[in-house]
Design a protein around this ligand. Structure first.
Ligand SMILES: [Zn+2]
Length: 264
């Protein structure tokens, strides 16, 4: 399939891309990106056999996303049977400080963890969700959440031709729970005064991207995108609004979920 690659913009043979790497989840939750409370009812569940995929990138760009982000990050997500490499890696390491109910670690002091890969990975998922056209159970997911300007800045960052967008900050929270929520939640966003907050979750790790003119200033010091130390949070993600909402939704729709997963 010869077409323009979404990332490098060259005419190339396109390969099948996944919005969220298929290996990391069994169930994904779509909470419609429109944010209307009604949309939660319209959310659907699906087994891994129904991936969110599209012909969107050339194989070079796909390889770039793997090499500079995905490959590394996927080794650290929560797996079933209590395997969570990120948590194991933190054992015996002293946090920098405590903030509310979270511990803050400095990623650059943990030799095994490559923070820049977490940044590239998360930027890739947020950008793909916005720039691509993705379908989920026959329904088109809303795109362009980042807006054209930021979409382009993120594209250039992913290609390695520019720095992380100046008016965006990326924070990361790693779950300290024994059994983190083991589903993936697609990117969605909400608007605050002067900035947007985009979030997505993969088993054990939540990423939040703050974009706009009035992003809280102190955030940069505890972000993986701007702090020199690659600071991230270690906390109970049960408190995350995104996870809380998805859990509530699953609970309410457990019967529907069984039905869909059975037929998938
Ligand atoms: Zn390309």
């Amino acid at each position: 399939m010869l077409d323009q690659c979404g990332m490098c913009k060259n005419q190339k043979a396109l390969v099948e891309s996944h919005l969220i790497p298929k290996s990391i989840y069994k169930i994904i939750v779509e909470k419609s990106i429109s944010r209307s409370p009604v949309s939660i009812k319209g959310g659907k569940f699906v087994k891994t056999s129904n991936q969110v995929k599209a012909y969107f990138l050339c194989s070079c760009c796909e390889a770039k996303l793997s090499k500079y982000g995905e490959d590394h990050v996927l080794r650290y997500t929560y797996r079933d049977a209590g395997k969570f490499k990120f948590q194991e890696t933190l054992e015996g390491i002293k946090p920098e400080f405590e903030m509310d109910s979270a511990l803050v670690f400095s990623g650059s002091k943990i030799p095994k963890i490559k923070i820049s890969h977490f940044v590239h990975f998360a930027a890739g998922v947020f950008w793909k969700a916005s720039a691509g056209k993705w379908k989920f159970l026959g329904k088109q997911l809303a795109n362009n959440q980042l807006g054209k300007k930021y979409e382009n800045q993120f594209r250039e960052f992913l290609l390695g031709s520019s720095q992380f967008p100046e008016k965006a900050v990326l924070t990361m929270s790693v779950s300290n729970e024994k059994e983190p929520f083991s589903i993936a939640i697609f990117p969605n966003y909400c608007k605050h005064d002067g900035y947007f907050q985009h979030r997505f979750y993969i088993p054990g790790i939540e990423f939040i991207l703050w974009v706009g003119n009035i992003v809280p200033k102190d955030l940069k010091n505890i972000s993986i995108s701007h702090s020199a130390g690659g600071a991230f949070f270690y906390e109970c993600l049960d408190n995350s609004p995104l996870v809380k909402e998805a859990k509530g939704f699953l609970k309410k729709n457990v019967r529907k979920l069984r039905k869909v997963t059975k037929s998938a």
